[in-house]
Every structure is written in structure tokens, then in C-alpha cells.
Design a binder for this molecule. Structure first.
Ligand code: PHE
Length: 453
């Protein structure tokens, strides 16, 4: 067995901390903001079932592959891919996979931060009683007014970027680790409180039925593809976030069981969010298929009408912010480690550089909701374009190549050594999924995303 490399950024102090951090990355706006509304749009149970199947057959094998490559390389994703390709006698162009991830992370963070800023601003709005007794029109007007004012959006975007950089600048040991230790348990507790509240609304069983009772007549072919794409996005796969977190994983930790915990926790949070949100929607006669505005337009109506809505609503947006925060940290970590490792800059300086870049780029997203709303390319605003480019093109492409590298380039001996698996059924199933099933599925998502089918 070759001598394992060591990351210059240190290691997670335990496998449990890695699980918390990677779960923090996976659980974000995708679970709490996006999963409920795409589930609502695609008819509920059948969509959820397909999403769960995609997590199992695409997400889990690719996540194992990404953690495995990260731990084997022990560097930023660019250098890791370069080194691993060299060791396998493959082209050094594999490092482009790392590059695409670094760029995708920065692009995603630039708009992710603006949306997270909405959540931040809604903490203040909800806590100050803006939604008390407000009807649908009033709540929509609050959301519309917020989008119309670039100053406010920019302010909250700035706050969120600073929050992200404050954690990343401290580094893996004292920054990320402390943050996730606090964030993740808080997240679960607040979500459970929300589900507890939902159980008292009188529409709990209706909400559960919507989520878990599959009606395949409501599921379109497009819905299947949306479910597959979301499985990918929600697990933070395809851009090196999980790879860089894997590079801090202690050598002895088992990758397979670790992956099951992370994917399980991510799925649990999405389902808990659904279990909290849908009963509130039904109890208030609201529309599950309301689209991306579901959290920001529909839920405050419920918060404004129910007993204790001020507190529950405020807690909800705190939760959303926390979830987005622990994801944003991982979006920029690949870029930061690249600059630290290759240019010898300090973490703090690196954070200033990338923080400024993503902040500036985020201004484009801020303006795309107001002054630039009519400037469109391919019928898409600046924000829509960035979202499309990253989520629909860069992440699936990244995931595809991670699966191909792990399945076809890395030798079986190497992958078995890193995964610490013998040549049994578990390993063979993983290899089959990563060699054939996951790449094919990702190609379908990708081809669909660029509109060829
Ligand atoms: N998984 C995060 C979410 O669900 C988003 C994310 C994507 C984070 C890619 C890191 C990398 O919100």
C-alpha cells in the first residue's frame, strides 16, 4: 500500500465531524427552498419516489467516488485530479475537471448568496411582525418590493458573503469544524420543531399523503429529469465541494458508510422540510405548486395567520440561513485551497480575493431582479443564465467525469484500496453504478438540460 498523502490544511478531527460538514454542504437552499416547490410542481409522491431512487443509484455512487478521489489526492480539486491522472498514466487534462468545479463554485456562490440574503432579510421582516395577519396580496407585495430594491438586496448579499468568508478564512480546523458543530444540530432541532408545529395544523395527514402517496399519473418525463437533476444538486456533487471535504477525511474512515449517513441526512432534511411545509400550505388553503416563490410568498401567509407564527416564521428563516451558510462555505473552499496551495497566499487574503469576486458578480444577480430584469440573453436574465450554466451544465458534466474517472481511469486496486472494500458484492455494485448507470443517467440529464431531447 502506498504511503497516504496528508492535506496541508489539516484533517477533520473525526469522521463524525466530516459527516456534519458534508451534510452541512449538502443541506441548503436546495433542500428547504427548492425541494418543496419542485415537489409541489411535480405532483408530490411519485416525484419524491423517483428523487429517492436517483439519490440511491446516481447520488450515492458519485458521492463515494468524489470523496474517494478527494482523500486519495489530499489537495485542492485541480491538483488532486492532476496528481491522480498522472499516477494512473492518464492525461493531465483531467485537471480541467477541478477547474470547472472551482469556477462553478464561485459562480454558484455569487447567486446563492443573493438568495440566502432573501432569507436573512426575511428573518428581520418576520421577527418585526411584517406578516402578522397579512393576506396573500400583502405578502406578495412585500416580496415584490424586496426584489425591486437593489439597495436592500445588495446589503443582505454583502452580509451573507461576509458571513461565509468569516468562516472560510479561519480554515478547516477552527473555522469549518466549529461552525458545523453548531449549525447542523441546530438545524435538526429547528426542523423538528417545525414538523411538530405542522402536526398541530389539522392538515398533517394531507401533507404526508401529498408527499408519500405516489400518483404516477401526475409525473411527466420532464418531472423524472427534474428529480434526477435535483438529486445531483442537493448532494453538492460535481464541483469539488465534496472532493475537498473528502481531502480532510482521516485515512481510516470508511467512505461507503460515511456516504450513506450524508445522503441519508440530506434526504431526511428535505423530507422533514416537506413534512413541515405541506401541512401548513394545506391547512391554509394555499397552492403547493406555487413555484420558486413558495417559501418567500406562500409560507409567510401561513406564518402571519397562525398562532405563534412570529416565532415559528422567524425560526424558519434562521434555519434557512444556517442551511445556506454551511453550503456556501463548501462552494468556495475548492477555490480558496487552490490559491493557498499554489500561490502561497494566506487563507485570509485568499478569502478577500474570492469574496470580492463573488460579491461583485452577485451584483449582476441583484440587478437581474430589478434594473436589468428586461436584459435577456436566450430569454434568460443574468441570474437565470448563471443558474442554468452551473446547475444544468457544469455540475452534471463534473459529476459525469468524476464517475468516469473513478470507474474507468483509476485502477480497481486503487479504488478498492481507497474505499477499503474487498472484491465483494458491495464493491461490484458500486463499480457497476459508477461505470455505467451514473454516467448514462447524468448524460440524460445533461442532454435534457441543453435541450436536445
Ligand atoms: N447542496 C446545496 C443545496 O442543496 C447546494 C450546493 C451545490 C452546495 C453544490 C455546494 C455545491 O443547497
Amino acid at each position: 500500500m502506498s504511503e497516504p498523502r496528508v492535506s496541508i490544511h489539516g484533517q477533520w478531527s473525526s469522521r463524525w465531524i466530516f459527516i456534519l460538514a458534508a451534510t452541512g454542504s449538502a443541506v441548503g437552499l436546495g433542500n428547504i427552498w427548492k425541494f418543496p416547490y419542485i415537489t409541489g410542481e411535480n405532483g408530490g409522491g411519485a416525484f419524491v419516489l423517483v428523487y429517492l431512487a436517483c439519490i440511491a443509484c446516481i447520488g450515492i455512487p458519485i458521492m463515494m467516488a468524489e470523496i474517494m478521489l478527494g482523500r486519495r489526492g489530499r489537495q485542492n480539486p485541480i491538483n488532486t485530479m492532476h496528481t491522480l491522472a498522472q499516477e494512473s498514466g492518464a492525461s493531465r487534462h483531467w485537471r480541467l475537471l477541478g477547474w470547472s468545479g472551482v469556477v462553478a463554485g464561485l459562480l454558484i456562490l455569487s447567486f446563492y448568496s443573493v438568495i440566502a440574503g432573501w432569507a436573512l432579510s426575511y428573518i428581520v421582516k418576520t421577527a418585526s411582525g411584517t406578516f402578522e395577519g397579512a393576506d396573500g396580496d400583502a405578502v406578495s407585495a412585500v416580496f415584490g418590493d424586496m426584489l425591486a430594491g437593489p439597495g436592500g438586496l445588495l446589503f443582505w448579499h454583502t452580509v451573507f458573503i461576509l458571513m461565509t468568508m468569516a468562516v472560510v478564512a479561519r480554515g478547516v480546523k477552527s473555522g469549518l469544524e466549529k461552525a458545523v458543530q453548531f449549525l447542523m444540530p441546530a438545524l435538526f432541532v429547528i426542523l423538528l420543531v417545525m414538523v411538530g408545529y405542522a402536526a398541530t395544523t389539522g392538515a398533517f395527514s394531507q401533507g404526508l399523503k401529498f408527499l408519500f402517496n405516489p400518483d404516477f399519473s401526475k409525473l411527466t418525463a420532464d418531472g423524472v429529469l427534474v428529480a434526477m437533476g435535483h438529486a445531483f444538486f442537493t448532494l453538492s456533487l460535481g464541483m469539488g465541494a465534496i472532493m475537498i471535504y473528502g481531502s480532510y477525511l482521516p485515512h481510516k474512515a470508511s467512505i461507503a458508510s460515511t456516504t450513506f449517513y450524508i445522503a441519508g441526512a440530506d434526504t431526511l432534511v428535505a423530507l422533514l422540510a416537506g413534512m413541515a411545509i405541506f401541512p401548513i400550505i394545506f391547512a391554509n388553503g394555499l397552492e403547493p405548486g406555487a413555484g420558486p416563490g413558495l417559501v418567500f410568498v406562500t409560507l409567510p401567509i401561513a406564518f402571519g395567520q397562525m398562532d405563534g407564527g412570529l416565532i415559528i416564521g422567524t425560526l424558519f428563516f434562521v434555519l434557512l440561513t444556517f442551511a445556506a451558510w454551511s453550503s456556501s462555505i463548501s462552494l468556495i473552499e475548492p477555490a480558496v485551497t487552490w490559491l493557498v496551495e499554489n500561490k502561497g497566499l494566506s487563507r485570509a487574503k485568499t478569502c478577500v480575493v474570492f469574496g470580492a469576486m463573488t460579491w461583485l458578480l452577485g451584483i449582476g444577480t441583484v440587478l437581474s431582479f430589478n434594473h436589468w430584469a428586461d436584459y435577456k440573453l436566450f430569454d434568460k436574465t443574468f441570474f437565470d443564465l448563471l443558474d442554468y450554466l452551473t446547475t444544468n451544465i457544469m455540475l452534471p458534466l463534473g459529476g459525469l467525469f468524476i464517475a468516469l474517472f473513478a470507474g474507468w481511469v483509476l485502477s480497481r486496486a486503487d479504488s478498492r484500496e481507497e474505499l477499503q472494500m474487498d472484491d465483494g458484492l458491495g464493491y461490484r455494485v458500486w463499480l457497476f453504478l459508477v461505470k455505467f448507470v451514473a454516467p448514462l443517467a447524468v448524460i440524460v440529464v445533461f442532454v435534457k438540460a441543453i435541450g436536445l431531447i
